[in-house]
Design a protein around this ligand. Sequence first.
Ligand code: IPM
Ligand code: MN
Length: 329
Amino acid sequence: MPHKIAVIGGDGIGPEVTAVALEVMRAAGADLDTTDFRLGGFRYLEDGVILPDEILKELRQYDAILLGAVGTPEVPPGVIERGLLLKARFELDLYINLRPFVLPGGHEFVVIRENTEGTYAGEGGFLRKGTPDEIATQGSVNTRKGAERCIRYGFELAQSRTRKHLTLVHKTNVLTFSGDLWERTFQEVSIEYPDVDTAYNHVDAACIYFVEDPTRYEVVVTDNLFGDILTDLGGAVSGGIGLASSANLNPDRTAPSLFEPVHGSAPDIAGQGLANPTAAVLSGAMMLDFLGDTETSERVRMACQGVPTSGRTEEIASAIHQNLVGEER
Ligand code: IPM
Ligand code: MN
């Protein structure tokens, strides 16, 4: 049975990199039945459609969603991000955002970013907007359930790995409410995993360690906004954002999970054949993994090793293809 995949190429370089990801997965032996969904900033500009509930309902019929990138400078910030990507994350309950990194020296670590709460929940508003007395608030929503399921996922993942090490990253010295909830939950859940070693870092310190001493990390768990920022840094220290892949997971499998590169739509280089497709290809590998096709996933991942980290899309894509053929010999 082929995997039924909904493909949202999206904006900018999104369609270019997803096309390569699909070609590589198929060349590696993945049986994919794909359907393209024309969604993104470009579609919004055409007819105002972002992600209506009917389309979301359709997406639920698929085994997984592969997304390129969304957002375009012609649309005000937040419209497509909130209306499409965040809506999908929230409505499909994709509560884990998994972002693995491989350092130049070979060390691998993974960041688990909470994906449905925090400042991303969108709580807040304006008062007297545009006047000198303007007030803007932006809340952060943290539920015990939301923190716990994310932290528990972290312990499970850490337990399955060799070092069995899990670091909580937060800012408990300033965020004394949400940080307290996260830290208490972390402590309580840790009792159930006595074989997992734990550590805690404030997010500002974690930024230093990500650059100066990232080998201290094996599995990191953190809230939505810290995870967003920290994983861009993770990408930057592990070969560049052109290699960083991610999985938005619904671990309970009550809805399809969504796989996308960490990078954005990069409108400045769109359509010029200059996008690095590796992050999208590796996101495809994460998708195959989650769908249980671990052998094909491994083949795709291996084929991405040692390919140029910059250059033209075509050259990088053909280097990946050549590695695939090389493996078969
Ligand atoms: C990411 C992106 C998104 C986020 C944007 C596009 C809303 O930066 O996936 O990291 O902030 O989560
Ligand atoms: Mn981001």
